[in-house]
Design a binder for this molecule. Sequence first.
Ligand code: GTP
Length: 615
Amino acid sequence: MLQISPALFLMTGERNPGIILVIMEQTKIRNFCIIAHIDHGKSTLADRLLEITGTIEKRKMKAQILDQMDLERERGITIKLQPVRMQYRGFELNLIDTPGHVDFSYEVSRSLAACEGAILVVDATQGIQAQTLANVNLAIEHNLVLVPVVNKIDLPNAEPEKTALEMKETFGFADDDILFVSAKTGENVEEILQKVIAKVPAPRGNAAAPLQALIFDSKYDKHRGVVAFIRVVSGQIVTNDSILMMVQQANAQALEVGYFAPELRKNEELTAGEVGYVVTGLRDVAAARVGDTITQSKMPAAQPLPGYKEIKPMVFASIFPTSGDDYHILRDAMEKLKLNDASLTFEPENIPSLGFGFRTGFLGLLHIDIVQERLSREFNLDLVLTAPTVAYVVKKHDGSELTIYTPTELPDLSAVESIAEPWVGLHVLTPEKYLGSIMSLVTGRRGVYKSTSYLGPGRLNLHFEVPLSNIISDFYDKLKSVSSGYASMNYEVLDFRVADLVKVDILVAGDRADALSFIIHQDFAEAEGRRTVEKLKTLIPKQFFSVALQAAIGSKVIARETIAALRKDVTAKLYGGDVTRKMKLLKKQKEGKKRMRQVGRVEIPQAAFLALMKK
Ligand code: GTP
């Protein structure tokens, strides 16, 4: 039933004289999302739903979507990731798309909190994958009703029955719960909408209560400031209302209110149960963060909606422009990106060997990739990223604790009582035959095996605990290669655990090259130190004196290589002969020097640093 008091209705009418409010009955609203492992067909399915509901005409489908993508790309959100309101047989269906990856599980969980149901899509050629499980668990935590779908049944190698069996055994679905569809051809897709209407409960917020609207996403519009995407849980919001972001305590005005068509469409007001947007005019995205609650300044709700938590970056890397001249462009680009991505944190950094750049915190590896991709695509920047590292918690003998993000921040070891590193719970889904190689891969990275469960015949869900630092570099690639591409993974951060960690310094002719220091577990220090000096030996050109390359823990050298001195007088060719040729050689040498970095007496080509530091 529609829950709105006459008083509130009147009040709205008074504020907007002449406007006839059409308030959707909550029983006719369904809010849902689509959850799936990456590439299982979420976006393709969303396209079909838009067509079937006539939200976007079939013949306009491609053109319109591409047009908007160009526009949206500048703002960093593709049309496919945008929420959309669809009308179908008298119902208002709000589809809230969610990012599918673990790095964004915080955002996924916010989106889920804005829905009552989720379409669960599983690819019939792949079966359940790691992110399927992770997303289903999140959906269950949020009490969402699931509408299970086996997708890609048109493919010759599809195994719909096997996939359905796996879904029934893993999640307990009944036979007639599961729909078999092809998002590509549209086969059976309309049945999904009917199932959503029949199974997903209508929202049940109180429109007469004070406003509580959950921000599940936001974007930045350079003319109108932050546009918050909201799910109104209770109360209502009308254009020109004075609003308050309850967690950030930021005040603003609702300059415009509306819904997603999928482009922004003005609608005067949004009421309990509805999904839409509010233009805030705020210049700082952090002031209207995902997860915050919007209320009325004049009649605020007693408390924000539950679950808001600050997200902390877990993985760190430094970003440098390949050309020092691009530093200012990079700084601008990072600031613009932050407007769209409140989870991005960075601070200026100057590494003598690489110049000026930014020490940047990310939510995970995919986040790094996305940020790098966006910086280079949207801002046309050529970048160098250092290998990702994690944060460490250092406890000192005097009882104080500090969190460090680079090896150079590590205090003198005589003052250090312990160093702790982040651990994660790692889930690997794999066909049984790769069990052995996956076990040795994970345990070789200091992982601890915890348990196994079966996902239908021949498919395993392995659970490990492993230090985050040991899976951030090339673990995913290795996992894919030992499982011929079949295994998928997911992880969640557990806690910080004290370990036998050491700082390894790299010395070049007796001088420390700070940028090359690293923190590592004692058991791996020697091998990694050796690998580094061996690699460095191939990268530094010979000098007129012999150069010792050493890896050391404190004063103890753990690996050593020597670059023999040059014997031939290479400058000979600079004397005599054609003057212009000599000048050319000198010029070339000078340009080369610009790209050299001095470590003590030795000039190291920047390329050598890059080769060692790059991810
Ligand atoms: P991300 O956006 O990467 O998370 O993936 P997604 O889950 O949105 O998948 P998307 O819709 O991009 O589909 C991935 C690939 O599968 C695309 O090449 C689609 O064309 C294809 N695909 C999706 N559904 C079907 C289907 O029903 N049949 C066939 N044959 N291909 C499909």
